[in-house]
Design a protein around this ligand. Structure first.
Ligand code: FE
Ligand code: FE
Length: 170
């Protein structure tokens, strides 16, 4: 059981949750890139893999600023989202449909991260830890930009479907 007496304790706990979540994403993204058929989608996953490495570094800087060891605590939320994504990849889906499903899985992951980073950035601000808030806001901006890019990719897949009727059919 974790003792959560203060907002500082909660900040550390939520950073540990995100630290574990980012490591899970780091392992999942190469598999998602491999499963993608669209070059643009594969590139987006590969770019986000690089960003995720940077984001892990920012969390390590935040732990250092708090004088805490960088460590994770099992993020069951992310484990569930990634499990759903892997189940989808194991289905007998056509390439276009699988791409759409990969985008949906990735957007659920981004939304989890946006919620998580939004909370810790707010806690850091409330605690007057602006250097930590700044680090977390940088990551929050990247997660939001990734989410928007995935929406654009989903729309472009739908355009492909409009130009090539039947490409989504079996
Ligand atoms: Fe991330
Ligand atoms: Fe992300």
């Amino acid at each position: 059981m974790t003792k959560l007496a203060t907002l500082d304790d909660l900040l550390v706990h939520e950073l540990q949750d995100l630290y574990d979540a980012e490591h899970q994403i780091l392992k999942a993204l190469p598999k998602m890139a491999k499963a993608a058929s669209s070059d643009a989608l594969r590139n987006a996953f590969q770019l986000h893999l690089k960003q995720t490495e940077t984001q892990i570094g920012r969390l390590e800087q935040a732990f250092a600023a708090l004088g805490k060891p960088a460590k994770g605590t099992k993020c069951d939320g992310m484990a569930g989202l990634i499990k759903e994504g892997s189940k989808m990849m194991a289905e007998d889906a056509s390439p276009e449909v699988l791409d759409a499903a990969l985008i949906a899985a990735a957007q659920k992951v981004e939304h989890y991260e946006i919620a998580g980073y939004g909370c810790v950035a707010t806690y850091a601000q409330m605690l007057g830890r602006n250097e930590i808030r700044e680090l977390l806001t940088q990551t929050l901006d990247e997660e939001e930009a990734t989410d928007e890019k995935l929406t654009e990719l989903a729309e472009s897949l739908i355009n492909v479907r409009a130009e090539h009727p039947g490409s989504f059919a079996r």
